[in-house]
Design a protein around this ligand. Structure first.
Ligand code: KMH
Ligand code: ZN
Length: 275
């Protein structure tokens, strides 16, 4: 059944440098302003990576807690912390993200080449993350960078049970150099594989870089949801840098409305995700 569209904004990420992308929100004030404006436009979830005073990616526990509290105070957005961090972050710090008490956290379902780097996600680490989220009542978003990650998710749920809240939501992260391509054919293949997951499993999709628009259109037509933001793309169109996350959310909302699948409110999004 096709519903409205869950729109997630991923405003910062861990990969772009503030010096090269001045519009990237890296301070708490910049993040809060972005969050409020994106919520007003139609975003319901915020996928959060934070930076330190030098704008470098950090998983500092104090800053994470402060960020979760501030987002809750200023917005009604569902706060999803990244447990992926940066490719250099150690597993212990990635697991400790859950201590900051987010509504949701990402849980990447396997290792993937990540440009010239490797985004390492060992099976035992995934199991640890999944079971700790169950214990703490944090709802996962399973990040799928390659089709085999869906098979790993099927195995995870079969062995360790459903996530907190009982609903399974995945995010297809497409077009990472080293992962699955950001094409309609691949999105359809990934969607077909959801048949092996619990009934009612929902998906979002995001296309990295120039695959943003094809993936957005494919996801909307396939009944999927959308993630957009400067974590995933910093170019709005050929030769035009993204001006702000709001510009990307506004475009996603426009496409969703054209598809007659308007943005879900934060209340409807909570119901959908089992929060
Ligand atoms: N920054 C990437 C290495 C996540 O947030 O969970 C991992 C990432 C996925 O962004
Ligand atoms: Zn992320």
């Amino acid at each position: 059944m096709t519903t409205g569209t869950l729109i997630t904004v991923a405003p910062t990420g861990a990969e772009s440098a503030k010096a090269e992308v001045p519009a990237l929100p890296v301070t708490l004030d910049e993040l809060l302003l972005t969050a409020k404006e994106c919520e007003a436009l139609g975003a319901a979830v915020i996928h959060v990576h934070i930076r330190d005073d030098e704008a470098r990616p950090t998983l500092d526990q104090g800053r994470l807690r402060e960020t979760v509290a501030a987002l809750r105070q200023s917005t009604d957005l569902i706060v999803q912390l990244s447990s992926g961090g940066a490719v250099t972050d150690p597993e212990a710090a990635r697991l400790a993200v859950l201590d900051a008490g987010p509504d949701m956290a990402s849980c990447t379902m396997g290792t993937v080449n990540f440009g010239d780097d490797v985004f390492l996600n060992r099976w035992e680490f995934i199991v640890d993350l999944h079971t700790r989220m169950q214990e703490r009542g944090v709802v996962p978003e399973y990040e799928i960078f390659d089709l085999g990650h869906l098979t790993a998710l099927q195995r995870l749920l079969g062995k360790y049970g459903l996530p907190h809240g009982g609903h399974v939501h995945v995010d297809f992260v497409m077009g990472v150099p080293g992962g699955m391509p950001g094409t309609t054919a691949t999105l359809v293949a990934a969607q077909q594989m959801l048949r092996d997951l619990p009934e009612g499993t929902t998906f979002s999709a995001t296309g990295i870089g120039r695959s943003t628009i094809p993936v957005m259109l494919a996801s909307l037509s396939a009944g999927g949801h959308l993630r957009v933001g400067m974590e995933d793309t910093v170019t709005y169109a050929k030769g035009r840098p993204v001006e702000s996350n709001m510009q990307l959310v506004a475009r996603a909302v426009g496409f969703a409305q054209l598809a007659q699948r308007p943005p879900l409110t934060t209340t409807a999004a909570r119901a959908l995700l089992g929060l």
